[in-house]
Design a protein. Structure first.
Length: 97
């Protein structure tokens, strides 16, 4: 079933990036700030949403996108943050997307 999803990258206080997905970015970010969003952001509080993308797709696709971003080196994540359109280039270059 197709739904609206967000994939997002959070910048955390330790300088690392956290990637996740959700159907409601505002509520999910608030949960991260409250320490209820994920185990990682419970330990390393986010400072801000570094970047986000909205998709209309099925859940299996959005989970693949999230995993794809999580596996990227930090420099690639920073490139995505500064050039959000780069994500579509990366996804289009991968055969499984």
């Amino acid at each position: 079933m197709l739904s609206h999803y967000w994939v997002y990258i959070l910048h955390c206080k330790n300088g690392a990036y956290y990637t996740g997905y959700t159907t409601n970015l505002t509520i999910r970010y608030e949960k991260h700030l409250q320490g209820k969003g994920s185990k990682y952001t419970r330990s390393f509080t986010p400072t801000h949403i570094a970047q986000n993308w909205q998709f209309f797709c099925d859940k299996s696709f959005i989970m693949k996108v999230e995993i794809f971003i999580k596996k990227l080196p930090k420099k690639e994540k920073e490139k995505l943050i500064h050039y959000p359109e780069y994500l579509s280039q990366l996804l289009n270059s991968k055969l499984y997307f």
